[in-house]
Design a protein around this ligand. Structure first.
Ligand code: DGL
Length: 267
């Protein structure tokens, strides 16, 4: 039965807004609840158990708000927690996956670079993704130290961003990669800088749109697409200061929003 129940989307911070953007474009009538776990950011250098606990906690909070589906808009949390959450919660759960497969298909010289957090790169889920799709492609990795924190503090444009991207990307570019995978939902916010550093001949792969398509497929299969007319509502929740988060979200989205603090037991 079509349903006006909301869709829950979460990330360690504002990165998942790059996914919410595609979800909103594709599903303008859906009500969305976005949770940013900024008090515990970054996830990328934390123990798997910690990320698993946070993901379970946030999923339980979203379930209390009667969501009909969950999007884990975080590659790191997906790598660690998606199987566990699917076992524990019986609703469609859509996760992120670094675009290794499309990158190997698009690369002309068989050399690609994956930009992701340490947590994603060392996960078993990512290792098996690479085993499944590498097919003789040379894959180089970049753990992008400090990128998530810089994007959280400065948004997309900042003097320091170019230097930071250049420093981390150079080793990959010197190897000769012709395709780069954005394996963290924060990185689309600095895609222009990445392109500037890498040069216009480098292809950049982001899976945000593919994830929104996958969400629509799952809602269609379950017959729970919203019957309402657009625009759907958007509610924002955060485990850190709602005021800072509101300012950052408004800067990114260019429209006003209200951000509430997660209840104490969920922070
Ligand atoms: N946006 C998250 C991801 O896609 C960032 C993880 C972090 O907080 O380090 O992995």
């Amino acid at each position: 039965m079509p349903s006006e129940r909301p869709i829950g989307i979460f990330d360690s911070g504002i990165g998942g807004l790059s996914v919410l953007h595609h979800v909103r474009n594709l599903l303008p009538a859906e009500n969305l609840i976005y949770v940013s776990d900024r008090a515990h950011l970054p996830y990328g250098n934390k123990a798997g158990e910690f990320i698993l606990n946070r993901s379970e906690h946030i999923a339980a909070f979203l379930m209390q708000r009667d969501v009909k589906a969950i999007v884990i808009a975080c590659n790191t949390a997906t790598a660690v927690a998606v199987a566990h959450l699917r076992k524990h919660f019986s609703l469609p759960i859509v996760g992120m996956e670094p675009g290794v497969k499309p990158a190997t298909q698009k690369s002309r010289n068989g050399m690609i670079g994956v930009l992701a957090t340490e947590g994603t790169l060392v996960s078993g889920k990512f290792r098996s993704l690479v085993e499944q799709h590498s097919n003789g492609t040379d894959i180089f990795y970049c753990p992008c130290h400090g990128w998530v924190e810089t994007i959280e503090h400065n948004g997309a444009a900042h003097d320091k961003t170019y230097k930071m991207v250049e420093r981390e990307l150079m080793p990959l570019l010197e190897k000769g990669v012709d395709t780069l995978v954005l394996g963290c939902t924060h990185y689309p916010f600095i895609k222009d800088t990445i392109q500037q550093v890498a040069g216009s001949l480098i292809t950049i792969i982001d899976t945000g749109e593919a994830v929104a398509n996958q969400l629509r497929r799952r809602l269609t299969e379950e017959d729970i697409l919203s019957p309402s007319l657009p625009p759907g509502r958007e509610d924002y929740w955060c485990s850190a200061s709602p005021e800072n988060t509101r300012q950052l979200i408004e800067k990114i989205q260019g429209r006003p929003c209200v951000v509430k603090r997660l209840p104490q037991q969920d922070c």
